[in-house]
Design a protein around this ligand. Structure first.
Ligand code: GLU
Length: 267
């Protein structure tokens, strides 16, 4: 009997080892992101579909356009010599990290702030855009800055964003309502479901362009340096993306795209 239970324990241990070995083996076989991209023949980039200036899908034409989109195309050009070798997949602030971790996308180029917390889950490229959190209100609103976001004020933003986290810290008495994406939040603002919308100034400027009855107020109250997110541990692919950003800056392409989308020269 004793012998038998020992054997049982051994068998269980063996099974556990095999399971672990199986997982480990798969990881090694996975290889790097660059290898996977080359084998597949295209880059799969996670981008926003609802964010004017960075990644916006035109429902009439189906075209997806913006600063982040042009960086994705430049990456395809670097790898394949052909900017059309890229598939754009929609992400939201909430879905982008899980989609990267699942292997559904190769990288995230989607208005994503580099934070210490996120660095525990993904790796980031160098900073490619400097934003800061601000507020969007209807013209004539009594809210003119963060100091007006008090108890009883409803602030709208998107789930999974630094914007939601920051506003809770900066205006702890306000009511924060979180939406699946920024267009839903903007629609809610227009429908009078809130007093202000908060996220990065550059995203808010895109909304102000979409509807000039709304205006960005109060200046920035955080720093939001954007990075391109890559699967954790893939330093080879981080290098490829950093090289791309460097080359784009040196060739003047970065400045050209920045000015094209933002309407001003980069600082
Ligand atoms: N940059 C901020 C963030 O990464 C806000 C924009 C967004 O949600 O994508 O959370």
């Amino acid at each position: 009997m004793k012998k038998r239970s020992k054997l049982g324990v051994l068998l269980i241990l063996l099974a556990v080892c095999l399971v672990f070995a199986g997982c480990g083996g798969k990881k090694e076989k996975d290889g790097g992101t660059l290898e996977a991209i080359k084998a597949r023949g295209k880059v799969i980039a996670g981008v926003k579909y609802d964010t004017k200036l960075f990644g916006l899908k035109d429902p009439a034409t189906g075209k997806i356009e913006g600063f982040d989109i042009d960086i994705a195309k430049a990456l395809a050009k670097k790898i394949f010599g052909d900017e059309s070798k890229v598939e754009l997949k929609e992400v939201t602030s909430k879905t982008r990290i899980p989609l990267l971790q699942n292997g559904d996308i190769d990288l995230i180029i989607a208005t994503m702030t580099i934070t210490e917390e996120r660095k525990e889950q993904v790796d980031f490229s160098d900073v490619y855009f400097k934003a800061g959190q601000s507020l969007l209100v209807k013209k004539g609103s009594p809210i003119q800055g963060l100091e007006d976001i008090k108890k009883g004020v409803k602030v709208l933003t998107a789930k999974g964003s630094t914007s939601a986290k920051n506003i809770r810290e900066k205006a702890p008495d306000a009511t924060v309502l979180e939406f699946e994406n920024y267009q839903d939040a903007f629609t809610a603002l227009k429908a009078g479901q809130g007093d202000a919308l908060t996220t990065d100034n550059a995203i808010l400027l895109g909304m102000q362009k979409q509807d000039p009855n709304y205006i960005v107020v109060g200046g920035n109250f955080t720093d939001e340096p954007y990075g391109i997110a890559i699967k954790k541990g893939d330093s080879e692919f981080v290098q490829v993306v950093n090289d791309l950003l460097k080359e784009m800056k040196e060739s003047g392409e970065y400045d050209k795209l920045y000015e094209q989308w933002m309407g001003v020269k980069p600082e």
